[in-house]
Design a protein around this ligand. Structure first.
Ligand SMILES: N[C@@H](CCC(=O)N[C@@H](CS)C(=O)NCC(=O)O)C(=O)O
Length: 309
């Protein structure tokens, strides 16, 4: 591996935990740039152009939004085929969709409100908690995701635990005898749930065993960097060349000014010129005095493109 990735993240971010564990699996070196827990994010906004979610990864002048795309980049960079979604079995893909779909919000929704508030006050203090709640209250606005009520959230968590327990009674890891993408994708909502509740894991014996195994994978070789280092990396590099697969899909908006936004939640759009449109990836070119040209990459799934006049 000759280039190390910069991860824009914060320590309590579950989707970032999924990526940190992937570095752990690969025992890979990576650069950590801690972002504020809520916007504005001065380390990130000028690079990603307003994409509001965490994590975001950076390789020079290429910026990758969404952990699904970041996982693909980590798989390529660290030569870990088991981290490609395309290599997951149908059963593993179904578990990933379950864990990262409605169950993700249920991980928080299933924690009693009083406990949640107590954990928040401990972490952020009164003013920080107010700001956090105010920010997150707007997260689902305009998107397709919905937060289930407390009982439904509880049921969703139990259903995930039951599905994982059944699978882990047959094998060591969720997609066979070695760790893979499915383990990290199903782990992080549970990790979030435990961080919010402050309670030990209440699940079956196999889930308990597996959760400890995933935790033990660790985070690889993490090195903290500052905003200036990430900005210099963006300024000094050119975006990597676009391969043919990124112009082979019939995309009428290719070459045009567009905005791209998540469809599910955190729907703040990013504007630029659509320079790449593959089956699974969209790429926006953004030009600025500060960085020259940047390419911002998005997955196609759960994102929408809008033409700008
Ligand atoms: N589909 C996205 C979801 C990312 C996501 O929900 N991230 C959370 C933190 S783990 C987030 O951005 N929350 C709001 C925020 O941090 O501003 C991904 O896979 O990266």
């Amino acid at each position: 591996m000759n280039e190390t990735m910069i991860l824009h993240h914060y320590d309590n971010s579950p989707y970032a935990e999924k990526i940190r564990l992937m570095f752990g699996l690969a025992e890979a070196p990576w650069q950590s740039l801690l972002s504020p827990v809520w916007p504005p994010r001065p380390n990130l906004d000028p690079l990603a152009g307003g994409y509001r979610r965490i994590p975001v990864a950076q390789l020079g002048a290429d910026i990758f939004c969404d952990s699904s795309l970041i996982a693909t980049e980590v798989a390529a960079l660290c030569q870990r085929p088991e981290l490609y979604i395309a290599n997951a079995s149908a059963e593993a893909k179904a578990l990933i969709a379950q864990a990262e779909g409605p169950t993700f919000f249920a991980a928080v929704g299933s924690v009693p409100k009083g406990r949640l508030l107590g954990m928040m006050l401990k972490r952020f203090g009164p003013l920080g908690s107010y700001r956090f709640i105010k920010d997150r209250a707007g997260l689902l606005k305009g998107g397709s995701s919905r937060q289930a009520g407390p009982e439904q959230s509880q049921r969703l968590m139990e259903a995930l635990f039951a599905a994982l327990e059944a699978r882990l009674q047959q094998q060591q890891w969720l997609d066979g005898e070695q760790p893979s993408l499915a383990d990290f994708s199903c782990y992080h909502p549970i990790w979030l749930h435990l961080n919010c509740s402050g309670r030990p894991l209440a699940a079956g014996a196999e889930v308990q065993r597996w959760f400890e195994q995933v935790t033990a994978i660790g985070h690889g070789q993490r090195r903290e960097i500052d905003q200036a280092a990430a900005f210099a990396a963006a300024r000094q590099a050119e975006p990597r060349p676009l391969d043919e697969s990124l112009s082979s899909v019939d995309e009428p908006l290719l070459g045009q000014a567009v905005s791209i936004a998540p469809a599910d939640y955190g729907t703040e759009p990013v504007s630029g010129t659509l320079v790449g449109a593959g089956a699974e990836r969209l790429i926006l070119a953004r030009d600025s005095q500060e960085f020259g040209r940047l390419h911002v990459h998005f997955p196609r799934a759960d994102y929408q493109i809008t033409a700008l006049d």
